[in-house]
Design a protein around this ligand. Structure first.
Ligand code: CP3
Length: 347
């Protein structure tokens, strides 16, 4: 059972809080000078993720700055392809570069059996965090959702138009389904182990869900997400899941009713009244301040945050951004936002 005393977990279990809990996607990262300093200690970014001393410290840094209600494991969604045996590299100033999958022959090379052995350092990080974070702070584990991870595996990098991944699915649906099944299996095993080591909630990042049409969305987002949640819950029946199908637009409704998530992360484009009337009756809503307003700060940030709190704060809600904190964000603005949320009262 989850410990009900943590406000974040209460909210995920459907209970509106007097003051909504908050955390920020990418709350650890380059906007923090202490992160940039810590980052110098690792040979490369994957090595950073696989070194528990560094990953624990990176996770704790934002907690010391503004005391969010949840800590998110410091890691990356691309450790799954790495653990399956695909070549993954993070190049400075360029982002991730993968030796891309070209067709069915390459799928045979992808192994799901050793994923958890390869990711043992991540589980050690989770274990240490569970012991080290403050008592009222919840620990979130995470993974990329299969569609989003598959886009990087097939395209070989970010910033593309997804034409290769979409064409593979269109021309050879059965072949692409094999890739999705492997990702479901590896991701479920990975998240189950995170739960076993102390993660109290799990978030699935589906950053590129928004490029899919309704049929693709049901097959590549809803289906795999539901399958992962069922597999993890076979061992941890109470573990809360948050799904973040960024850009899902009109399909957010299908997502919250069909996947089994306890919470849904909404991006900055989601209308607040729609979220309050159509989504919050089915699950907890998490979001959705525009990260660029946190770069700007001041009255515009305060007004937008107040509108989100006033519209969603009376129901089951977790305050977050509509996407991750960006590197050029002034730290003072993040601290001020945290103070504004903490001072808000429901009713
Ligand atoms: O939220 C957190 O604080 C936890 C850490 C976290 C990272 N990546 C650290 C990271 C999480 C949850 C992620 C998820 C992730 N990674 C996603 C899904 C969420 C999203 O942002 O859309 C995606 C698509 C990735 C893949 C990825 N990782 C890209 C495209 C990049 C390069 C772009 C960039 O911002 O540099 C990364 C690198 C990455 N992941 C960094 C961090 C802190 C920057 C690396 C560095 O420090 O040099």
């Amino acid at each position: 059972m989850t410990k009900p005393s943590k406000s974040f977990l209460q909210a995920l279990h459907g209970h509106a809080q007097k003051t909504p809990p908050f955390w920020f996607m990418r709350q650890a990262g380059r906007y923090l000078p202490e992160y940039r300093e810590l980052r110098k200690n690792a040979r490369n970014f994957l090595n950073f993720c696989y070194t528990p001393d560094l990953a624990v410290e990176a996770t704790l840094q934002p907690l010391r700055r503004f005391n969010p209600d949840a800590a998110i494991l410091f890691c990356d969604i691309l450790v799954i392809p790495d653990a399956m045996g695909q070549k993954v590299e993070f190049r400075e100033g360029e982002g991730p570069v993968l030796e891309r999958l070209r067709g069915n022959d390459d799928l045979v090379q992808l192994k799901t059996e050793n994923v958890c052995d390869h990711l043992a350092p991540v589980f050690k990080t989770v274990r240490r965090l569970a012991a080290e974070i403050p008592e009222t702070t919840a620990l979130i584990g995470f993974a990329g959702a299969p569609w989003t991870v598959a886009t990087y595996m097939v395209e070989g990098r970010g910033g593309t138009d997804f034409s290769r991944a979409l064409a593979w699915d269109a021309e050879d649906r059965a072949g692409f389904a094999v890739l999705m099944d492997k990702l479901v299996e590896a991701t479920a095993a990975y998240l189950t182990k995170q739960a076993a080591n102390g993660a109290e909630a799990l978030q699935l990042f589906d950053t590129w869900a928004g490029v899919l049409n309704e049929d693709q969305f049901r097959r590549l987002v809803v289906g795999p997400t539901k399958a992962i949640i069922e597999k993890v819950r076979a061992e941890y029946p109470e573990i809360p899941f948050i799904g973040f199908p960024r850009g899902a637009d009109a399909l957010y409704g299908a997502y919250v009713t069909q996947t089994g998530v306890n919470g849904v992360g909404i991006d900055r484009d989601v209308n607040l009244a729609f979220a309050a009337t159509e989504l919050q009756k089915h699950c907890t809503v998490q979001g959705n301040l525009d990260p660029l307003l946190v770069v700007e700060g001041g009255d515009k940030m305060r007004a937008a945050a107040a509108e989100i709190l006033d519209t969603l704060g009376k129901g089951p809600f977790v305050f977050n951004l509509g996407h991750g904190v960006v590197p050029q964000t002034p730290v003072e603005n993040v601290i001020e936002l945290a103070a504004q949320i903490s001072a808000w009262r429901n009713g």
